[in-house]
Design a protein around this ligand. Structure first.
Ligand code: NDP
Length: 419
């Protein structure tokens, strides 16, 4: 019998929770806790008639460790699933350590206030030492490894699609398809159309921070950083068609470089339409993507947070979005002394996702792996104490679960490579 505390009730959490409720034999009891309890209550009321999972709800400010500790102690979960925002990763990890509970999330830590001098000093040192300037990196959460190990607890980081499934695809390639991997290209294509002039598919603040940052990739043992959106390629995606894609910095490159050390190059590409890029450039030029507070009519506001209030709520895009996503990894390397190329990906349909769980495919492709990662932890398949990313665990049961719960893999043994 498992009891799980799920923190967050936004776009991704809604899918993960709906999926947990389809696997009641494992997720026997869940508590949904978030800042706005009414959202948790509404979701619980919608799901309760269709599931055997016993659902309760609570309100919590996940930035507050004491509040988290008292909630965790009163509920007594086997696992805490953090599907709030990356800003809360460290406070929730602290609370899990204090309460002796396993932890998982879907995105690595970044601070809400990037002007905090204490954080900034460490960030600037890391930029110089490692050579990439994204606000997020794994060091903050890897620093918890010893504490989790000592308590015999497991923390699973980044169990979404990318990061998450993409790393499991890499572990699968390494285990079954290659003796050594030379290059990995992670391709994230959203061929969906939501009819809006400009909207983000997940939390706008996190999404816009990510895509407006300089791009970077791993090559021959070091990071190469490039101006944002300055490397562009066209790729013909199965079930979607030709799309322009741009090289971005992405968090899983950092852990893959560490865990597949023979790999000579790791890159991440994401597709964007011209309208999205034009809007983003314009918003950036006028300062609307800034995280630095400004005074407005006597009140301090953060431009990107104000922008978030104007943009469509990603959760509202479900009924409007048509088309498919195609996300996966292309590998080159060696098997039995011969050169080999191999591509593994998933295609997910926005309208089918909406019909099943009431969310578009971006939330779906993140929420399903969040549930599957939790499933691995709760069923004793992924239990190594410490702080781990997805590629460190056996990919087979995870990929089998993804196949079963809505994100089946497709394999191509003769893919077109990205130049
Ligand atoms: P949303 O903004 O839709 O939802 C965030 C949720 O977290 C809301 O329910 C919000 O509550 C809650 N929350 C925020 N701050 C707090 C707090 N201090 N205390 C308690 N609850 C809080 O985000 P998404 O669902 O789009 O994204 C969720 C996570 O998934 C993010 O970390 C994102 O980076 C990650 N992600 C990962 C992907 C992957 O492939 N790995 C892809 C896409 C997203 P309220 O509504 O009350 O504000």
């Amino acid at each position: 019998m498992s009891r799980v505390l799920i923190i967050g009730c936004g776009g991704v959490a809604t899918v993960a929770i709906s999926k947990c409720c389809q696997v009641s034999e494992v997720f026997e009891e869940i508590m949904i806790a978030s800042r706005t309890k009414s959202k948790c209550d509404a979701l619980a009321a919608k799901l309760a008639p269709k599931t055997k999972t016993k659902i309760t709800t609570a309100s919590v400010d996940a930035d507050n460790v004491d509040e988290l500790v008292s909630l965790i102690k009163s509920y007594g979960p086997d696992l805490v699933m953090n599907i709030a925002l990356p800003y809360q990763d460290l406070s929730i990890m602290d609370a899990c350590l204090e309460c002796g509970v396993n932890y998982m999330d879907t995105a690595n830590y970044e601070p809400e206030n990037t002007n905090d001098p204490a954080w900034r000093a460490i960030y600037e040192k890391r930029c110089k030492e490692l050579g990439f300037s994204a606000y997020f990196d794994y060091s903050w959460q890897w620093n918890y490894a010893k504490k989790f190990e000592e308590k015999g607890l497991t923390a699973l980081l980044g169990s979404g699609f990318d990061p998450g499934v993409t790393q499991s695809y890499c572990a699968y390639a390494k285990k079954h398809e290659f003796d050594s991997i030379d290059t990995i290209d992670i391709l994230d294509c959203n061929g969906g159309d939501n009819g809006c002039a400009f909207a983000t598919n997940f939390n706008p603040e996190i999404n816009l921070r990510e895509v407006s940052a300089p791009g970077s990739y791993w090559e021959n043992g070091k990071w190469i950083e490039i101006p944002a959106m300055s490397i562009k390629r066209e790729y013909d995606f199965d079930m979607v068609g030709k799309k322009d894609m741009y090289l971005l910095h992405h968090e899983e490159i950092e852990s893959l470089a560490k865990n597949i050390p023979e790999c000579k190059r790791i890159r991440f590409f994401m597709t964007f339409g011209q309208s999205y890029l034009d809007h983003m450039r314009c918003l950036e030029n006028v300062g609307m993507l800034s995280t630095t507070p400004v005074m407005f009519e006597g009140k301090e506001i953060v431009p990107i947070q104000f922008l978030k209030t104007l943009l469509p709520d990603p959760a509202s895009l479900g009924p409007k979005t048509k088309g498919k996503t195609n996300i996966g990894c292309i590998f080159t390397g060696k098997k039995d002394g011969k050169d080999k190329t191999w591509y593994i990906y998933n295609v997910c349909d926005h309208e089918e996702s909406y019909r099943e769980v009431g969310s578009q495919a971006i939330s779906y492709t993140t929420g399903v792996p969040a549930m599957c990662g939790a499933l691995m932890m709760l069923t004793g398949k992924w239990t190594t104490p410490g702080v781990h990313t997805v590629e460190e665990f056996d990919p087979d049961p995870f990929i089998e679960a993804l196949d079963k719960y809505g994100l089946p893999k497709t394999i191509s043994t003769n893919p077109i490579l990205v130049e």
